[in-house]
Design a binder for this molecule. Structure first.
Ligand SMILES: Cc1cc2nc3c(=O)[nH]c(=O)nc-3n(C[C@H](O)[C@H](O)[C@H](O)COP(=O)(O)O)c2cc1C
Length: 211
């Protein structure tokens, strides 16, 4: 029986263990229970890349989590990635699946997610299917006031999909893993009115009277 994969959750929040990122990673860790051995590394005020290296080497997969800061990821993560460049394309990263969770107030998070996935792939990681998402305060507020209109937005339940898929990707790449078909999960997708217009035409009476 192959061992369970080890997943390292990298908390790159400016607020360390006190921020939104830590809350999201707690949910990820809960979702990983029974699928993997997960542990967290907090970058802010914690180990630098060199000190973290043995834990990165021991991991079979990663979840990177950061807030959005002026359209970018945190300075903690930037420092980490700069130091990690020395290990680019080495066995520390190559072939290991990396999931990404970004939080934001309202805008910029998807750009951070896509660029970070690109960097991780260049370091040598793989990106699992549906292995990254943005948790937006604006989207969560919208879902509270109109659940049906917000059904196509990412929500907290989707963290379970990200957690499952990174664990699954790590499981199938473990040495000695049986060549079974991976059991990926997907989140709900709006297939009915994804192209529908969502802006109302202004009412005639709201238009200024003709001169
Ligand atoms: C300096 C700073 C810049 C931020 N810039 C953005 C931004 O560009 N877009 C956005 O939607 N949210 C922005 N935010 C909000 C954070 O992304 C959001 O609160 C995130 O959840 C923070 O994660 P943390 O609590 O783990 O640090 C910013 C927050 C700070 C402190």
């Amino acid at each position: 029986m192959p061992r369970r994969p080890r997943i390292l959750l990298v908390n790159a929040s400016l607020a360390g263990a006190a921020g939104n990122t830590a809350v999201l990673l707690t949910r990820i860790q809960r979702a990983l229970r029974g699928k993997s051995a997960a542990e967290t590394a907090v970058l802010a005020g914690g180990p630098d890349f060199a000190a973290l290296r043995p834990r990165l080497a021991a991991a079979d997969g990663f979840v990177f989590a950061t807030g959005t800061h002026w359209d970018g990821w945190s300075s903690e993560l930037q420092r980490f990635l700069e130091a990690a460049t020395a290990a680019e394309a080495t066995s520390l990263w190559v072939g290991k699946p990396a999931a990404v969770v970004v939080s934001e107030h309202s805008t910029g998070g998807k750009g951070v997610l896509s660029r970070l996935q690109g960097v991780l792939v260049t370091l040598g990681c793989s990106v699992p299917p549906l292995g990254g998402m943005v948790v937006s305060r604006a989207a969560l507020l919208a879902a509270k006031s109109d659940r049906s209109a917000a059904r196509d937005f990412w929500g907290l339940a989707d963290l379970g999909v990200v957690a499952h898929n990174v664990a699954e990707a790590a499981r199938i790449s473990l040495p000695g893993a049986r060549a079974a078909t991976p059991r990926w999960r997907t989140w709900p997708v709006d297939r009915r009115d994804f192209a529908a217009r969502w802006l109302d035409v202004p009412a005639r009476s709201a238009q200024p009277p003709p001169e």
